[in-house]
Design a protein around this ligand. Sequence first.
Ligand SMILES: [Zn+2]
Length: 53
Amino acid sequence: MSGTSILRCTSCGGYGLSASCSCGGKRLFSHPPKYSPEDKYAEYRRQAKESSN
Ligand SMILES: [Zn+2]
């Protein structure tokens, strides 16, 4: 899996590994979600720590 990035088609929104989609559109790197469960917990813990101090 190393070195493999999922690309997302800007035309149909389909995912794939090749830069050219079967629909004729162009695939770009899909950005990771802005918020992940881990980040959410980290934020919560940081706030809790600030509150306790
Ligand atoms: Zn497509």
